[in-house]
Design a protein around this ligand. Sequence first.
Ligand SMILES: NC(=O)c1ccc[n+]([C@@H]2O[C@H](COP(=O)([O-])OP(=O)(O)OC[C@H]3O[C@@H](n4cnc5c(N)ncnc54)[C@H](OP(=O)(O)O)[C@@H]3O)[C@@H](O)[C@H]2O)c1
Length: 309
Amino acid sequence: MKAIQIPHYGGADVLRFVDLDRPAPKDGEVLIQVKAASLNPVDSKIRNGYLKDIVPLPLPLVPGWEASGVVAESRLEGFKPGDEVVTRVPFQRGGAYAEYMIAGEGEIVAKPRELSFIVAATLPIVAGAAYTLLHKIANVKAGDRVFLLGAGGSVGLYAVQMAKALGATVIGTARGEDSSAARGFGIDQVVDYTTPGYLDAIRDIDLALDFVGGPAQEALMSVVRAKGLLLSTVNPPAADKAAAAGIRASFAMTTLDRNVMEKVLDMAARGEIRSRIGKVLPLDQAAEAHRLMDERAVGGKIVLEISMA
Ligand SMILES: NC(=O)c1ccc[n+]([C@@H]2O[C@H](COP(=O)([O-])OP(=O)(O)OC[C@H]3O[C@@H](n4cnc5c(N)ncnc54)[C@H](OP(=O)(O)O)[C@@H]3O)[C@@H](O)[C@H]2O)c1
């Protein structure tokens, strides 16, 4: 089968288009013929080797941690050949940038008929993250003031839609076309993070979600009300600074969760959340897709479409 490999850590150009043996499913696993594999910033972090101490992976490795496709072979109860599915697999396995991949129990759910393979492939990680933060960790309620650092990004745009549906007032950062996208998805107020003092007029935030990390995260602490909550998907907030600001703050790792996957796919199938697809490229252009992602040259999700020769 055709696949993409990371032979060694480095920039987008390390990605290789190769021929590999088709993987064989063991008991409790299915073989999926992949139709679409979605890119996420974490793919680049792994490719660069930034996460090698946290997520040690054997190289060479086939990247890709979420995909949609059709079951080709099943040794897992509840799935049969021909079923249309969506999968999110553990970092230790990957394998989605390929014509075929393996998924095990808890990593695979049925694809709703209303969703295309492209859209379905983009939902588990980013929409799953937004759902976990807003619904499972923060329990946002009507009237809450929610601030999103990175509202125009992939997790951000789902968080805008979900927080609005929960009745929150939603404010967030975005610039250029990302601002229009955030407005189109119902955000109440957009601030451009490249404008100096962009946080000055923001106050009394009940929940701040950080999709950026670093110094921007620290600045965010000033907008959160006393005893309010800051959650970051990027790096752990400094505990001493959070204590000094009188707020609660933590890092949130959204783990693989079949129920969350089903929930966000269902929300998308009902039209409760919409996706912003930026670019669809064929598998052999994975290096170009990574380059576009690294340079943030495309607004919206980048997806590899995989068609059999
Ligand atoms: N912990 C978890 O489980 C988990 C799950 C999902 C994602 N993540 C992480 O969460 C982060 C966001 O993911 P994503 O898929 O939403 O990425 P994304 O689509 O690249 O979005 C990031 C957004 O942040 C904006 N941004 C960059 N610098 C900024 C700054 N200084 N201030 C304000 N906004 C800024 C970018 O805007 P411009 O393009 O205009 O610069 C972009 O819109 C990534 O680091 C990802 O790895 C973690």
